[in-house]
Design a protein around this ligand. Structure first.
Ligand SMILES: C[S@@+](CC[C@H](N)C(=O)[O-])C[C@H]1O[C@@H](n2cnc3c(N)ncnc32)[C@H](O)[C@@H]1O
Length: 305
């Protein structure tokens, strides 16, 4: 089966912090024209896939995630046939047997190194069958998310995976620092940063306790990089929470409010629209006045937290 290029490519993962629901608001905020596209915190890549750039460099600190992108780019046939086998085995089992199978795959996954092909295969399987599609590791780096309660999870979407593979053809894929990921960005290129968000309040982020927490110092290093790229003539766009700290460190740049439905805590009452900001160093596709006119409710409701 070859990729049907008339179809639109979609993200292939469920990923926390995914930008899928913000794409409508984002489109008007991209630069009018640019050359290469860079996304140093790629995660599930919702923005990258919606843009479907001709030439790009994507990066993430999660080595298994990055190795999976690489395998989709280079070993798509092997990956699809492996996933089809896993899907068949899983779907034909009853609930108890599915549970056993899930935990046996999770155990195998945790014994493999990042560059082992089967680890990418299991990563994709676990993403479709784990609770809420969450990716969480314990202090020793073991994936520890329990099974989700899906009736018939779609484990392999062959058509989309082939489109993803095609999209990645002219994409450089790395797992390094966000600083290195934009080393080659030149005037006229476009960089989109979607880092882990700074918490709105000191207690609202579980990431602050994990070993890979993104600290205040990291946010400052990223801001310094934003300024350096700005000086180089690169178009830069960055998403973050609307925490006062973020508004302070980007004072002087355009800060545009966007609203997202996010899980704020594990209770369903914690779901709600929360304000986030997009910071840019250029004149977006639509002038900001037009953006606000289009959605006055967003700008008038926006308040500094
Ligand atoms: C908010 S998510 C990105 C979501 C993505 N834009 C999407 O739509 O799915 C942040 C990503 O940054 C990655 N990350 C965290 N710290 C990092 C670092 N120091 N360098 C590079 N990537 C990092 C995480 O692994 C995660 O995938």
């Amino acid at each position: 089966m070859s990729a049907d290029t008339s179809k639109k490519v979609k993200p292939f993962l469920k990923w926390v912090g995914g930008k899928g629901q913000l794409l409508n608001q984002f489109e008007s905020l991209f630069p009018k024209e640019y050359n290469s596209y860079y996304e140093p915190f790629i995660g599930g890549g919702a923005v990258f896939f919606s843009i479907n750039p001709k030439k790009a460099h994507i990066n993430d600190i999660n080595k298994t995630l990055v190795q999976t992108y690489t395998n989709i780019k280079k070993n798509i046939d092997e990956l699809i046939s492996g996933l089809k086998k896993l899907e068949k085995e899983f779907i034909t089992k009853d609930t108890d047997a599915r549970k056993k199978f899930y935990y046996s795959i999770r155990e195998k996954y945790n014994l493999l190194t990042h560059d082992d092909f089967d680890r990418s295969l299991y990563f994709l399987f676990l993403n479709k069958t784990a609770f809420n599609g969450v990716y969480r590791e314990n202090s020793k780096g073991g994936f520890n998310v329990p099974i989700g309660s899906y009736k018939n999870p779609r484990i392999v979407d062959e058509e989309n995976l082939r489109l993803v593979s095609k999209t990645l053809e002219n994409t450089k894929i790395t797992s390094g620092s966000f600083v290195d990921a934009v080393k080659n960005a030149k005037a006229g290129d476009f960089v989109y940063f979607d880092p882990p968000y700074h918490p709105l309040s000191e207690t609202s982020s579980f990431t602050s306790y994990s070993k890979d927490a993104f600290s205040k110092d990291d946010q400052i290093r990223l801001r310094d990089l934003f300024i350096e790229l700005d000086k180089r003539g690169v178009y830069v766009m960055l998403s973050n929470s609307s925490a006062p700290f973020i508004q302070e460190i980007y004072a002087g740049y355009k800060q545009i409010p966007v609203y997202a439905n996010r899980m704020i805590n594990s209770k369903s009452s914690g779901r709600g629209k929360i304000s986030e900001v997009v910071i840019v160093n250029y004149q977006p596709r639509l002038s900001l006045e037009n953006v606000f006119e289009k959605d006055l409710s967003i700008s008038s409701q926006y308040q500094y937290q």
